[in-house]
Design a binder for this molecule. Structure first.
Ligand SMILES: NC(=O)c1ccc[n+]([C@@H]2O[C@H](COP(=O)([O-])OP(=O)(O)OC[C@H]3O[C@@H](n4cnc5c(N)ncnc54)[C@H](OP(=O)(O)O)[C@@H]3O)[C@@H](O)[C@H]2O)c1
Length: 264
């Protein structure tokens, strides 16, 4: 039997000194996770398509003593992602952690949605995940030191919803992508690949759902044993756990972080 080591227990949640790349860093969850990695002592490479927002984030984080940089890239574009990986390696020497936080949805019934509109969602939420995972995994394999990949999907990856044929399909695809990549990468290359599946959390797009008096909010509470909707900060602990040695035996998992949504 392999004994438990005190030094392992004392350091198992640490990401100090690691290089963490965060996609969709300009979004509600991406910003919070990027900051959480930074507070935990990681070097943070933030990416997204909006240069102005990335610049502001860099200034905000640096003012708090976080070692960070940004690179503008569209995660659905292969050339952009290859350049992003190169820029990260040029700046920090390697990539140890990847948190995929970008995403897009524009709900529309299938009878009204054009194929192009559906494809745009699929590219934003599924193809882009494939491209980012492929090139970051290649880099991690070349480094030969393993790695941690966390992809934010959704509880909608497991259940359908009217108007969501693009979103549910792409998030379901991303969840299976994570599991398939774990089968390829974990044993041989010590890269853990997992997804985080939240329900609604507060963002610019969902803020309107957070009025406690509204029927929408009250309806959600009936399915949320935890008694409230989530804030982006609620997922920082899970993301850090999945990015640290504490989760070394977890891979290919689609991790529930829904406040108990699945239980009732
Ligand atoms: N908010 C929720 O209630 C909720 C619930 C479950 C799951 N999720 C998922 O959790 C992740 C983070 O959500 P969030 O609420 O933090 O998102 P958000 O605030 O809307 O930000 C997501 C980021 O994704 C990037 N993005 C937007 N459209 C894109 C496109 N077409 N292609 C590539 N990138 C695009 C944007 O950055 P740039 O413009 O800089 O590229 C944006 O800042 C997403 O995958 C989302 O689907 C959200």
């Amino acid at each position: 039997m392999v004994p438990i080591e005190k030094s392992f227990v004392n350091n198992m949640f640490s990401v100090e000194g690691k290089v963490a790349m965060v996609t969709g860093a300009t979004g509600a969850l991406g910003k919070v996770l990027a900051k959480a990695y930074g507070y935990a002592g990681a070097k943070v490479m933030m990416t997204g398509r909006s240069e102005g927002k990335l610049k502001d984030l860099e200034a905000e984080f640096k003012a708090e003593g976080i070692d960070c940089a940004y690179f503008v890239a569209d995660p659905a574009k292969e050339d952009d992602v290859q350049a992003l990986v190169k820029a990260t390696v040029d700046k920090y020497g390697e990539v140890n952690i990847l948190a995929v936080c970008h995403g897009y949805n524009k709900p529309k019934p299938i009878l009204e949605q054009s194929v192009e509109e559906w494809q745009y969602i699929m590219d934003a939420d599924c193809k882009s995940v494939y491209i980012v995972l492929k090139y970051v995994a290649q880099q991690m394999v070349a480094q030969g030191k393993g790695g941690k990949i966390v992809v934010v999907t959704s509880q909608r990856s497991k259940r359908g919803m009217a108007g969501y044929t693009g979103y549910c399909t792409s998030k379901g695809g991303a969840d299976l992508m994570v599991s398939s990549m774990a089968c390829e990468l974990s044993a041989q290359h010590h890269i853990n690949v997992n997804s985080l599946c939240p329900t609604v959390f507060r963002s610019e797009l969902t803020e309107w759902m957070f009025d406690p008096e509204s029927a929408v909010y009250q309806n959600f509470l009936k399915r949320e044993p935890i008694g409230r909707l989530a804030e982006p900060a609620d997922f920082a602990g899970y993301a850090l756990f999945l990015s640290s040695d504490a989760s070394n035996y977890i891979t290919g998992a689609n991790c529930d972080c829904s406040g108990g949504y699945l239980t009732c």
